[in-house]
Design a protein around this ligand. Structure first.
Ligand code: NAD
Length: 490
């Protein structure tokens, strides 16, 4: 990858805040640096929004609301479709930018652009299909009219691990529903959102409809917006810890909220599973996005009769991985997002080993610039080890075993999280039982990746509230009104 191409691209990324259709510096002129995690070097300085800037962005969203909410759905759909086309055209730039600021291998970034773009296409299709209903009440004394209305100005907070898709998964349904918004990308990866905002402008999104504030002071800026009575909706993707704080801030205003939070996915392999497919699924479910995915398999729960063979085959695959900067040919594992993420993965591995786990490969930070952790496989992980309770968010496989189905279900559900579960079995009835017994919002039955824009993505328990994508997704940005009128024949 040529350095010229990277510096040219970085030069074209806006460095301001986007408020009321204008790019502007932060009030007071503050900036912060965005780092390439594969080198530790700052690649670009961008505007650092203050509380005042956050409120100005909300002002702009409120001002644009009346006109955007009355814009015909077909027109909103066409803008979204144009955005889909532009993103598809600009795929290479967006993918490279994501790899630079987040670290994932270029092929995976390209995959995220395809996935992220699909939310634009899906919600362009959904925009024109929002419907109400009309009918007589059962007593026959009146007519009931049910209508759907945009919820109002929204605040959308996104994480760093999928810098594009987590933004389009919120922005697209909000636009489709007729909402205006303030978007706050993660401070580690704001550049993708800034480039995407320029694309929305090119697609014809009117001034004030989408406003973007990058900030290094997420807490202060967000609190001012969330507690502003003009805000009608908060949608957050990130850690459960921060989500809980934001829910408390949203409570006095009884704000509508959507929360996509942390996970601790079980990956269950039964003795009747197709082991080749289970190993392929395991590699995808664990190592996609360097393990930094809320859907990442966190606990491999494998039947004792196949646990050794499963561990051996997964280890063999992991030994063949290539770690490096995501732009290099053949790299499968990029850097973790920062030093804290490396420390956390290392702590969890050391704790598991101290509790008796077998370290089969990896288990160390890499001695090179950037924040790299070796792809790791642990087997015989003892119950009670931290790695089975906490979200790893790194390239570490933790294998534990079970003897019967009830045991597998008990272990899988023994967590406060409930985002996704993976099950490998050839027994159809067993698969169906697992659908009914696993306490998760999503399930992969003999598949290792479940995300799809046409499906309702979301979790149970501490993994969140609401659904993104699917037929459900647009309803997170709509509110229902029921009107009663008298019987017109009376
Ligand atoms: P995070 O909670 O630290 O940050 C998420 C976002 O919140 C960022 O934009 C951050 O700047 C902002 N933020 C941080 N503190 C804040 C505060 N006090 N007030 C307001 N905003 C604040 O999470 P992260 O490290 O960026 O992302 C990793 C987490 O996200 C993981 O737990 C992962 O499971 C979760 N995640 C969930 C999903 C899902 O759909 N369920 C998808 C991706 C990531």
């Amino acid at each position: 990858m040529s350095e010229n191409r990277e510096s040219d691209l970085l030069g074209r990324v806006p460095d301001g805040l986007y408020i009321g259709g204008e790019w502007r510096p932060a009030t007071g002129g503050g900036t912060f640096g965005v780092t390439d995690p594969s080198t530790g070097e700052v690649v670009k300085e961008i505007a650092d929004a203050s509380v005042e800037d956050g409120v100005a962005a909300l002002d702009a969203a409120c001002e644009a609301y009346e006109s955007w909410s009355r814009t015909p759905a077909r027109r909103r759909a066409e803008i979204l479709r144009r955005a889909f086309d532009l993103l598809t055209e600009r795929k290479d730039d967006v993918a490279l930018l994501m790899t630079i600021e987040m670290g994932k291998p270029l092929g995976e970034s390209a995959g995220e652009v395809t996935y992220g773009a699909e939310f634009l296409r899906w919600f362009s299709e959904e925009a024109a299909h929002v419907q109400g209903r009309y009918g007589a009440n059962p007593e026959g004394t009146g007519r009931m009219i049910v209508t759907q209305h945009p919820v109002g100005p929204c605040y959308l907070i996104t994480p760093w691990n999928f810098p594009l898709a987590m933004a389009t998964r919120k922005i697209a349904p909000a636009l489709a529903a007729g909402c205006t918004m303030v978007v706050k990308p993660a401070s580690q990866t704001p550049l993708t959102t800034l480039l995407f905002t320029q694309l929305l402008e090119d697609a014809g999104v009117p001034a004030g409809v989408v406003n973007v504030i990058n900030t290094s002071a997420s807490g202060k800026v967000s609190e001012a917006i969330i507690t502003d009575p003009r805000l009608r909706k908060l949608s957050f993707t990130g850690s459960t810890e921060v989500g809980q704080k934001l829910l408390a801030q949203a409570a006095p205003g009884v704000l509508r909220t959507s929360m996509e939070l942390g996970g601790n996915a079980p990956f269950i392999v039964f003795d009747d599973a197709d082991l080749d497919k289970a190993v392929d699924g395991a590699i995808a479910a664990k190592f996609r996005n360097i393990g930094e995915a809320c859907t990442a398999a966190n606990r491999f729960i494998v039947h004792t009769s196949v646990a050794e063979e499963f561990a051996r085959r997964v280890t063999e695959r992991v030994r063949a991985f290539r770690t490096g900067r995501g732009t290099e040919e053949g790299v499968t594992i990029g850097p973790l997002i920062d030093e804290r993420a490396v420390e956390k993965a290392d702590e969890l591995v050391r704790d598991a080993v101290a509790n008796g786990a077998t370290l089969r490969v990896g288990g160390e930070k890499l001695d090179r610039p950037g924040t790299f952790y070796a792809a790791t496989v642990l087997s015989d992980v003892a119950s009670g080890s931290r790695i089975l309770r906490e979200e790893i968010f790194g390239p570490v496989v933790a294998i534990t075993s079970f003897t019967d189905e009830d045991d597998a279900v008990r272990i899988a559900n023994d967590t406060e999280f409930g985002l996704v579960g993976y099950v490998y079995t050839r027994d159809l009835a067993r698969g169906q039982r697992m659908i009914e017994r696993l306490e998760t919002g999503m399930m992969g039955l003999n598949v290792g990746v479940v995300s799809n824009p046409a499906a309702p993505f979301g979790g149970w328990k501490l993994s969140g509230l609401g659904r993104e994508g699917g037929a459900e997704g647009i309803h997170e940005y709509l509110q229902t009104k029921y009107t009663l009128t008298p019987d017109p024949f009376a």
